[in-house]
Design a protein around this ligand. Structure first.
Ligand code: ATP
Ligand code: MG
Length: 149
């Protein structure tokens, strides 16, 4: 893909519409004027995977919050949800290819291949970024992606 100026909020809105969840509310807290230079397809892939997970591993009437911020050297995107959470013992493995948490495999919450976050990780690594996960079972999950500008 080609490098261009990306309006992050627009991509978030497009993905919210595409997911069109009836059971989870997604709040787009990214400012309209928030822009980054990058490959739009990569940004779309990242946002789509993080939002899909935040909805899929959520509870009835759950919520998702998306925000972004920027300083001189880096920008970050945060997707936080009120979902089922990820046990600490599994948190380090979720970016592996084909890894699916115990909960997703056993209870078959929703179908999946376990590739979504591996793809996100690949894109982020390629751009010298990093991914941080904070999660508590029964409370929710927060994933922050940080990329150099
Ligand atoms: P796919 O994305 O390929 O459809 P998947 O969602 O299972 O399948 P990933 O997106 O890579 O795969 O996520 C890996 C695992 O991490 C999931 O199976 C789930 O156990 C856990 N996980 C990811 N995001 C969340 C989240 N927001 N809340 C709770 N668990 C999550
Ligand atoms: Mg997924």
């Amino acid at each position: 893909g080609e490098v261009s100026i990306i309006k992050v909020s627009e991509i978030v809105n497009q993905q919210i519409q595409k997911i069109n969840s009836q059971r989870v509310t997604i709040h787009n807290d990214v400012e309209d004027q928030f822009e980054v230079v990058g490959v739009a397809e990569d940004a779309t892939t990242i946002i789509q995977n993080l939002l899909t997970n935040a909805v899929k591993y959520n509870v009835e009437n759950g919520e998702v919050w998306v925000s972004a911020k920027k300083d001189n050297s880096q920008w970050s995107l945060n997707v936080r949800d009120s979902g089922i959470g990820i046990p600490l013992s599994q948190q380090s493995r979720i970016f592996e290819r084909f890894y699916r948490g115990d909960e997703s495999r056993q209870r078959k919450i929703a179908s999946g291949t376990g590739l979504g976050l591996a793809i996100v990780n690949e894109i982020v690594t390629k751009h010298n970024g990093r991914l941080q996960v904070k999660s508590q079972v029964g409370v929710g999950t927060s994933i922050t992606l940080t990329l150099p500008l």
